[in-house]
Write a protein that binds this ligand. Structure first.
Ligand code: OAD
Length: 274
């Protein structure tokens, strides 16, 4: 008798999965970028020109993300990975930096691969050391007012790599790394930079039996190319989104609607079929 092997399900999420948690998507009518010119806040040039503006923007995003809660879709993915672990190997790749997947992952089974970085981490411009850091260095009015947020969990806050702002040196109100005494930057992929963990992501996408894209507009590469990569390698492809995305010809199953409702329904039907 042959050994039963688990099916491999690979999920790619974008800003749409967090919309029902109250966080703006990028390209919707209230799109985040509409209030800020992209090149003013999310590029290395912007950081070199006006690091305070960039840290104000990311402080705002840290506060907004910390004030949001994981919704039914984040929770359903975390539960599925845990409860169905004897039938499915679940991999989650996210373009989101909002930490909601991690905060929903109470069973520690999802371990999301955050290819665009994460709001609860900060990086040294010198040696590239990555730290846990959930401080908003500026308040929502843009005033210098370092405040801890809830983006890091208790273990991360207790770890040696958590940056306590009162232990940091500052230059022009900006935090300086404890390792190299160099400026610290958000651990976020800016425009013109390479996404993270691609060497880990590509083999995962290629071995998917089921590939599910959720709440992403499918226009930002390389993530937008994962669906095709999975399809070419024989995956059944599913798209859960409010609207059809440009890769329509590659999608086997399109589930139109809100992620909060549709993700749980889809995962339940998958669990029943296993
Ligand atoms: P977008 O804002 O481009 O797309 C969000 C998608 O989610 C759209 O197709 C919406 O129709 C859909 N959507 C909105 N609300 C939804 C809901 N409640 N349920 C289901 N779907 C919903 O966001 P992303 O595709 O994540 O990159 O954007 C990709 C990347 O572009 C981001 O990671 C960011 C940005 O520039 C970087 O910052 C590097």
């Amino acid at each position: 008798m042959g050994l039963k092997t688990n099916k491999i399900i690979v999920i790619l999420t974008g800003a749409g999965i967090s919309a029902e948690s109250g966080l703006n998507t990028f390209r919707g009518p209230d799109g985040l970028w509409e209030n800020h010119r992209l090149e003013d806040v999310a590029t290395m040039d912007a950081y070199l020109k006006d690091p305070q503006l960039v840290w104000r923007f990311y402080s705002m995003r840290r506060i907004q993300a910390a004030n949001a809660d994981p919704n039914a879709a984040h929770k359903a993915l975390a539960s599925f990975a845990f409860e169905q672990s004897s039938h499915f190997d679940t991999y989650l790749i996210s373009q989101n930096v909002d930490v909601l997947h991690q905060r929903a992952d109470i069973h520690n089974r999802l371990d999301p691969i955050c290819m665009h970085g994460s709001l609860h981490q900060t990086r040294c411009m010198g040696c590239e050391a990555v730290y846990f850091d959930d401080y908003a260095y500026f308040d929502l009015s843009g005033n210098y007012a370092p405040q801890e947020t809830t983006l890091c969990n208790a273990d991360q806050k207790a770890s040696a790599s958590y940056l306590h702002h009162y232990k940091l040196e500052y230059r022009n109100f900006l935090p300086i790394s404890p390792c190299c005494k160099q400026p610290l930057r958000p651990h976020i992929v800016w425009f013109g930079e390479h996404p993270m963990y691609m060497e880990k992501i590509i083999p995962i996408v290629q071995k998917a039996n089921i590939f599910v894209t959720i709440g992403t507009s499918g226009v930002v590469y390389p993530a937008a190319g994962f669906l095709e990569m999975a399809k070419i390698n024989g995956a059944h492809t599913v798209c859960i989104n409010q609207e059809m995305i440009p890769q329509s010809s590659l999608i086997d199953e399109f589930i139109q609607g809100n992620a909060g409702e549709k993700v749980s329904e889809f995962l339940e039907s998958l669990s029943k079929s296993s």
